[in-house]
Design a protein around this ligand. Structure first.
Ligand SMILES: [Zn+2]
Length: 183
């Protein structure tokens, strides 16, 4: 059909069209991830002469890592980002944001919702360093989490650490990404 429905996604590289058929494929990946217990995903690709997003091949688990990600668009297409599933919520991890910053976009799907985080501005070294720095804090926060689980720090201490970290993540999202709720 020529008048296919889509959702516009504004990014540093212009506005892409995310067709409903691709959103259906995202839903399919969410179902598959739920059944298998493994993360599913695919590349988001476009052809040179238009801005309509097409899905790359589906990957699952470790196959979805960035090393192989760029090879999953067709020969006449280029990758403009990735989609992957989360078990519980569509809130991004810092490594999701850092990958989204580099590739251009990271869309995350769970039963709750599907959200895309698209880079707002051109690649910038200082912005990327800022993101990497908060990504490092994510690892530290995970360490604090295990200390809290082992009762080495109090509920209040951990809550403080976590809420500071969460504010940093929200700042990164606001500063560098357009957040698009797809579903
Ligand atoms: Zn993720």
């Amino acid at each position: 059909m020529t008048n296919e429905k889509f959702i516009p996604i504004k990014s540093a590289n212009g506005t892409y069209s995310l067709p409903f058929v691709v959103i259906d494929k995202m839903r399919d990946a969410i179902d598959k991830a739920h059944i298998s217990g493994k993360e599913h995903g695919f590349n988001l690709c476009i052809e040179d002469n238009n801005n309509i997003i097409k899905p790359g091949d589906m990957c699952k688990g470790k196959e979805c890592s960035i090393e192989t990600a760029e090879f999953r668009c067709k020969e006449n297409e280029k990758s403009i980002g990735i989609f992957h599933t989360h078990r519980k919520e569509s809130y991004p991890s810092m490594s999701d944001l850092s990958m989204g910053y580099i590739t251009g976009m990271n869309c995350i799907g769970s039963f709750e919702e599907i959200k895309c985080f698209a880079r707002k501005n051109d690649l910038d070294a200082l912005a990327f360093a800022d993101i990497k720095n908060v990504e490092h804090k994510e690892k530290q926060t995970a360490d604090h989490y295990s200390r809290w689980i082992h009762k080495e720090i109090s509920d209040r201490e951990y809550r403080n650490i976590y809420s500071k970290y969460k504010k940093e993540v929200d700042r990164i999202i606001d500063n560098y990404f357009n957040t698009i709720k797809v579903r």
